[in-house]
Write a protein that binds this ligand. Structure first.
Ligand SMILES: *Cc1c(COP(=O)(O)O)cnc(C)c1O
Length: 397
């Protein structure tokens, strides 16, 4: 997955353009730029790539989620449904706006369970945030139907799934708003960066202003621009956008490598009857950034992880005891350990969460092993890895 594995001359040339004219900021300084608008150019590339009318770049993927929610009017007291298996960024982005994260179970897709989502809807629910974890997707037809039926916003976090598709649409473009991260370990990286995509003009205009202190970006005199609403600074810099611009052009190359490496590993593991693979919904095509498979139970998954370590198989995880990606170890969230006072609504919801168990999620996460697909592996290395993985699993069964 990480695009940094293939950094080269393209990235250096783009960066050099910015350093040559010295304009590190994405707005203003028109005269000094020699025609270089890296953030604008990257937004144009992403529009084409992600088949969306509007793209707003921001400082990172976490801020992309906050900006997306704020742009659609989600805030204090609103409930946002999110999965138990994701990255901590999901609840951080919700809490930043004073909104309330409501965690619900995942299913065999490793994404939100449609029935669990519907059961969690209350009169305060404003949005459903689906997270397309590890290069694949939740049951998007089911989730879209539930959101339509209950008039809820569908926000799609596709930070780990750039290049994946569903019913021939790019992941991220199915919900009302989609979010991407270009942090250092993502498929397309620029160090720190993020993007919001949407076909809704109003959401886009809101995202554009909100991520830059509420500036309306009308005219060519930044100092004279007005502020139709309050905003923050979630801007991306030209340095970051320049690297992103080089990387996005290489996405087809990265996806092809991911698919090739993934397929070798998957074919090898398919020979073991006890191994099953994560369900990809009908009409879905993974980005192949990870290979996810299930073992019969948590014990076998743990033994297999130990055997992977003994065999030198790295970049694989069982998320059951993971601090970053699964609800079980999010004690700072459950105990509401905030540096500043939280609203009563939020504290009440977190107190309910601290008492909750998620047996259905435990059932899938406990048995799952998730392996990163690297871009820098040679074919020999992938085949060697496949053999070592197979051997370790067979030993553990
Ligand atoms: C990486 C990631 C984010 C956050 O992105 P940053 O750019 O690191 O802030 C959000 N959601 C998911 C699913 C991610 O993997």
């Amino acid at each position: 997955m990480p695009g940094f594995e293939r950094f080269g001359d393209l990235e250096r040339e783009q960066l050099q353009d910015v350093l040559n004219n010295g304009v590190l900021m994405r707005y203003g300084f028109d005269g000094m730029r020699n025609g270089h608008w890296k953030a604008k150019a990257l937004e144009e590339e992403l529009k084409t790539n992600l088949e969306s009318k509007y793209v707003q770049l921001v400082s990172n993927g976490t801020s992309a989620v906050s900006v997306a929610l704020a742009s659609a009017g989600v805030g204090a007291g609103d409930e946002v449904i999110m999965p138990t298996f994701t990255f901590v960024a999901s609840f951080e982005a919700i809490l930043l706006l004073g909104a309330i994260p409501i965690l619900v179970d995942i299913d065999e897709t490793l994404g939100l369970d449609v029935k669990a989502v519907e059961a969690a809807i209350t009169s305060k629910t404003k949005a459903v945030m689906v997270v397309q974890m590890c290069g694949s997707m939740a049951n998007m037809n089911g989730l879209s139907q539930v959101c339509n039926k209950h008039n809820l916003l569908l926000v799609e976090d596709a930070c780990q799934a750039i290049g994946g598709r569903y019913n021939n649409k790019p992941l991220g473009s199915i919900g009302d708003l989609g979010c991407f991260s270009f942090d250092f370990v993502k498929t397309v990286t620029c160090g720190e960066g993020g993007a919001i995509i949407t076909n809704n003009k109003e959401y886009y205009i809101n995202a554009d202003g909100f991520s830059d202190h509420g500036h309306d970006h009308i005219g060519s005199d930044r100092g004279a621009e007005s502020h139709p609403f309050l905003g923050y600074n979630f801007r991306i810099s030209e340095l970051h956008a320049a690297v992103g611009l080089a990387q996005i052009k290489r996405l087809p190359e990265f996806l092809a490598i991911q698919k090739k490496n993934y397929t070798i590993l998957r074919n090898a593991l398919s020979e073991i009857p006890e191994v099953t693979f994560r369900t990809v919904p009908k009409g879905g095509q993974e980005s192949y950034s990870f290979l996810n498979f299930y073992l019969p139970d948590l014990e076998t998954a743990r033994t297999t992880m130990d055997a992977f370590k003994d065999n030198g198989v790295d970049v694989c995880w069982n998320y059951y005891d993971n601090n970053w990606h699964y609800v079980r170890k999010w004690t700072h969230l459950k105990e509401a350990k905030s540096l500043f006072p939280l609203s009563k609504d939020i504290k009440d919801a977190l107190s309910v969460l601290s008492e909750k168990t998620f047996t259905q999620s435990d059932h899938y996460i406990g048995r799952n092993i998730s392996c990163l697909i690297k871009l820098s592996w040679t074919e020999d290395e992938v085949r060697d890895r496949a053999n070592k993985m197979k051997e370790a699993i067979l030993k553990s069964l």
